[in-house]
Design a protein around this ligand. Structure first.
Ligand SMILES: Cc1cc2nc3c(=O)[nH]c(=O)nc-3n(C[C@H](O)[C@H](O)[C@H](O)COP(=O)(O)O)c2cc1C
Length: 328
């Protein structure tokens, strides 16, 4: 069984890749991922505030609009290790020397600004691709659709001028016109979209009457959102899809591939079961391929995606009526 495939222009040994998280911050973690058969690793994100902090620190007279970050900048200023970015780039250099698997750098941002210039350092350090987690949430009543579109297109256009490695955009699901917007994004020359990022959840402490952080770890039920949208979008957009969220088993990997994903990211399942779980996912994928007489990923990848001519609205409607009404 051959699990080799292509994602975002990169040759990967398996479609199972490690999503951005704290497990990839050391060489030991990366070694375990490589040995377990990860197709690629998206490194833990650097925040745009960290980058701006670094630029400011290293060039006293260099103007950065960090004042606009307010509390988040203060948080970074107090918590960042003084050489965090250089350590990150060293990790990339060392990983590229040791492990023949693609290393994907990651930047987490929510504004367009000077930080984009820093992307070149990721490329120069040896990153095979860059994933930008554009963590946008539509909570501002003064933000229009055009503002959101500009944020994404300005960021992508600038990055494409600065770097030549594949660019992957990790997006959320909070867009009124998700299908149309993803199609437009895919026309900007990006290599892939990652569906979806997960904003930190909120909760309420009822005794303190305070808003607090909700749980960080995901659950297996998280798969249904990226699965649906991967199936809907994979034939309609002009770039690859990395499906992310709720992947715990080999069957979950197979489902995402059938829906049309070109790679499948896994995070919470590794926190729960250990990094070695990647080998289980790969073995289960191979066994499924064997049982179903497939020799290569390309023989079944996307075979269950929604055809461009298919109308999903009727399927959704009947599905809803069947499960949420008395009509059987
Ligand atoms: C502990 C932890 C740290 C994470 N850190 C990042 C990060 O730095 N950047 C990012 O884009 N996503 C981050 N994520 C989100 C994951 O990359 C992924 O999108 C999300 O966990 C959904 O996948 P899962 O269901 O397999 O966990 C993190 C998730 C966890 C659980």
């Amino acid at each position: 069984m051959d699990t080799r495939t292509k994602f975002a222009g990169l040759d990967i040994a398996s479609p199972v890749i490690v999503g951005s998280c704290g497990l990839s911050t050391t060489m030991q973690g990366l070694e375990k991922m490589y040995k377990a058969g990860a197709g690629a690793v998206v490194l833990k994100s650097i925040f745009e505030e960290q980058i701006l902090f670094d630029i400011k620190k290293n060039a006293a007279n260099y103007y950065t609009p960090y004042e606009t970050f307010g509390d988040s900048y203060d948080y970074i200023a107090n918590h960042i290790e003084s050489n965090a970015l250089e350590q990150y780039l060293n990790l990339v250099r060392n990983a590229k020397r040791e492990f023949p698997m693609p290393i994907i750098g990651s930047i987490n941002c929510n504004t367009f600004g000077n930080w984009v210039n820093y992307a070149k350092h990721f490329q120069d350090a040896g990153c095979d691709a860059l994933e930008i987690n554009l963590l946008y949430l539509p909570f501002n009543v003064n933000t229009s659709h055009d503002d959101v579109q500009r944020l994404f297109t300005d960021t992508i256009q600038s990055l494409r001028r600065i770097i030549s490695i594949p660019l992957i955009i990790k997006v959320g699901s909070y867009f009124t016109d998700l299908a149309k917007f993803m199609q437009q994004l895919s026309w900007t020359g990006i290599s892939a979209v990652t569906l979806f990022n997960r904003p930190a959840s909120w909760d309420i402490d009822v005794d303190a009457r305070k808003i607090v952080h909700g749980p960080i770890a995901g659950t297996p039920n998280d798969i249904f959102m990226p699965l649906r949208w991967t199936a809907i979008l994979s034939k309609k957009i002009r770039c690859d899809i990395s499906a992310s969220g709720g992947v715990y088993t080999g069957n979950d990997v197979v489902k995402m591939l059938l829906a049309g994903a070109n790679s499948v990211q896994v995070v919470s399942a590794l926190y729960k079961n250990g990094i070695e779980h990647i080998a289980t996912l790969n073995n289960d994928l191979k066994q499924w391929m064997e049982r179903n007489n497939y020799n290569a990923i390309s023989e079944f990848q996307g075979s269950m995606s929604i055809k461009t001519t298919q109308d999903v609205s009727q399927f959704e409607r009947i599905h809803f009526m069947k499960y949420f009404s008395e009509i059987n």
